[in-house]
Design a protein around this ligand. Sequence first.
Ligand SMILES: [Zn+2]
Ligand SMILES: [Zn+2]
Length: 215
Amino acid sequence: MEAMGRVAAGELANAFCFIGAGGHHAGRDFFGGYCCFNDVVIALRQARRTGCLRRVAILDTDAHHGDGTRDLVADDPDVLHVCICGGEYTSRDGTKLDVAAPDPWAIDLSPDQAYLDLARAAFPPRAARFRPDLIVWYFGFDTHQGDYGDLGLTSAAFLGLADLMLETAAQLCGGKLLVVLGGGSRTDLATTLIPPVIARLAGIVWPDANSLDTR
Ligand SMILES: [Zn+2]
Ligand SMILES: [Zn+2]
């Protein structure tokens, strides 16, 4: 809540929320997948109460469908919710979308490239039309090779996504970007992947960013 409020108010350029448990499977009257409270939606409600933002565009790159978030924002036209998961869906007003992640075993491109291409096609153009006050990247790394939502991705995909989200936020909402940690179970991946993502947000050159070995 504090991070979203301070980014929305312009006190922080962006923020990475190192949440120890997930949030996107927590809905109105259900929860699961270690998500008890929907962190993003609670923060959004609070930020709106203080009047510092209204419209939020969310990209969910966790491997799984953000069913709780979708449930809570389903009737909210001021939330764009683009979820890269297993399905294909577009709401009538075009603000709620599911996009099927590339099947890493059925593509010619590298899984990283295919995923980044998909994210680039799915999110920035819709966010540009939506005109958000702030962008949220729900960052799951369970899509990494060998984690429980394995989509064949390596660390390069997450750094590429970080760059894409920074670029999109810079173009659309003065750089206001909140990154919220979602799924991912391997501490070896977390310790290797997350610091360079945070460094990207802070504009710091991370010495090992191109030589991460997290397979
Ligand atoms: Zn997940
Ligand atoms: Zn979804």
